[in-house]
Design a protein around this ligand. Sequence first.
Ligand SMILES: [Fe+2]
Ligand SMILES: [Fe+2]
Length: 151
Amino acid sequence: MNSPNNPMPWRLEWSHELSVHIPEIDAEHRHFIELINALNEAIAERMSLSEVRKRMQDVIDDAVSHFDHEESLFIEWGYPEAEQHARQHAAATKVFTDVMKRIERSEMEYDWIEAGLQVKQLLVAHLLNEDMKYRDFWLAQNGATEILKKD
Ligand SMILES: [Fe+2]
Ligand SMILES: [Fe+2]
């Protein structure tokens, strides 16, 4: 997980595989990647624990408002998997709350590394496994599936 030779173990780069081809959503996903990288940087550079906490909270707050935004788009689109997707958002939000509760008072760097990694993995897995399902729906609805063939 955290190699001593790699001081930025969870740094993420945006790539076209992460794109849902919906500009407003891609912009939000890019933003959360920036926030995750900022959290990673705070841990890697051993910034104060209050700064690490703040950055972790920024990731979580951003994710929660992004989830709300997606759910309102689902209603607009008439997305048939909206409920199932919203359940995944609720489950992820519960994990974030539990993670924050678990580490809030911890002064141990390892706890924060592990917690940051858990939050990051959950968000990336959600993007790749769940958000990609509405990408396919939205592109089909908009007659734009040929976009995927260019990837
Ligand atoms: Fe998303
Ligand atoms: Fe989502």
